[in-house]
Write a protein that binds this ligand. Structure first.
Ligand SMILES: Nc1nc2c(ncn2[C@@H]2O[C@H](COP(=O)(O)OP(=O)(O)OP(=O)(O)O)[C@@H](O)[C@H]2O)c(=O)[nH]1
Ligand SMILES: [Mg+2]
Length: 330
């Protein structure tokens, strides 16, 4: 077994080698057989607790994530007696990973390099692992690469992962779907909240953050959000709306407490397990769809397929019978 093979890399990554972990995630990102080899090595692991941070470009997600990393390293706060798991103790968080995901840039690195720079102060901290991921020809794209990456991070013993996604679109909603607690970041003013609402982010938000609260309009933004939320169906969990100033770290402790509160709620209500089960089911469906699509490509490239097209075109057969015959012979 060579040092560059997934199995050797995996062993080193479990032993704390962050370079090896980065290589494994590159395999995951690249897709194909190497990513499957990594999946075979990591599937038995305990999943990390995943906190998704999403919102419009420039809302301050990376600055917020950077601040959050410091707070998270101080551990899960003790949950108060009035909370769903009474008497739960404070729990240390020995390691944390940040995945910065940019679905809009197929590996150009622009925004991602900026993110890296913003999180530079953790660069030399061995307990903090920061990694960017972009779409790079992965079959099924990020929707499959992200859960694979999360499994690898869990397998090497990282208990908490913060996933930052750039932009407001379908991919963000999907990536948010991979999180246990989804934090939606907006800024003062109507624009962000409306955009988030249009993108369907209101429904996936477990916690709202009005960042840049040092600017005018934060109170109004909170009111607008509350109003938009009140239009939706009533829910058991009422997403808290918090204000932060990421540049100074103000409010970030309260944000972490809100995430901890949501986690306690998910655990007490058993929603954590059921949501994770739904996620696995969806993931499996995507894996299957990708495999079926690949088989379809093979069929569509065959001589029989070309002949079938001719047969339908010339009126010798109907599309359903030739499809049936193709499926049987493939
Ligand atoms: N005034 C103010 N500026 C902030 C605050 N948080 C972040 N910023 C600034 O907003 C700009 C964008 O911050 P980022 O953290 O890169 O935002 P982002 O949401 O990660 O941006 P993308 O990843 O490009 O979507 C930077 O210049 C930050 O310094 C804040 O609370 N107040
Ligand atoms: Mg960012």
């Amino acid at each position: 077994m060579s040092r560059g093979e997934p199995a050797a890399l995996f062993e080193r990554a479990v032993g704390g080698d962050r370079g090896a972990l980065a290589r494994l995630l590159s395999f995951v990102e690249g897709g194909g057989e190497p990513s499957r080899a990594v999946a075979r090595l990591s599937y038995r692991s305990e999943p990390p607790y995943v906190v998704g941070i999403t919102g419009a470009p420039g809302a301050g997600k990376s600055t917020l994530t950077d601040q959050l990393v410091t707070v998270v390293r101080s551990g899960w706060p003790a949950v108060a007696a009035s909370d769903p798991i009474p008497g739960a103790d404070a729990e240390p968080v020995e390691q944390i990973a940040v995945l910065a995901i940019d679905p809009t840039s197929p590996f150009t690195g622009g925004a991602i390099l900026g993110d890296r720079a913003r999180m530079q102060r953790h660069a030399t901290d061995p307990t903090v692992f920061i990694r960017s991921m972009a779409t790079r020809g992965h079959l099924g794209g990020l929707a499959l690469a992200v859960p694979d990456a999360l499994r690898v991070l869990g397998a090497v013993g990282i208990p908490v992962v913060v996933v930052e996604t750039v932009g407001v679109g379908q991919v963000e909603v999907e990536v948010a779907g991979a999180s246990d607690t989804t934090v939606v970041v907006v800024t003062p003013g109507w624009g962000d909240s409306l955009q988030a609402a249009k993108a369907g982010l209101l429904e996936v938000a477990d916690v709202f953050v009005i960042n840049k609260a040092d600017r005018p309009g934060a109170t109004e933004a909170g009111r607008d959000l509350r109003q938009m939320l009140s239009l939706g169906a009533p829910t058991e969990w009422n997403p808290p709306i918090l204000e932060t100033v990421s540049t100074t770290g103000e409010g970030v402790g309260a944000l972490w407490a809100a995430v901890a509160g949501h986690r306690a709620y998910l655990r007490a209500s058993r929603l954590l397990e059921s949501r994770r089960a739904v996620r696995v089911e969806k993931e499996l469906r995507k894996v299957l769809a990708a495999r079926i699509e690949a088989r379809l490509d093979v069929v569509a490239g065959s001589a029989e397929y070309k002949e079938a097209v001719e047969a339908v075109r010339e009126g010798r057969a109907d599309p359903y019978e030739v499809a049936e015959a193709l499926l049987e012979s493939s």
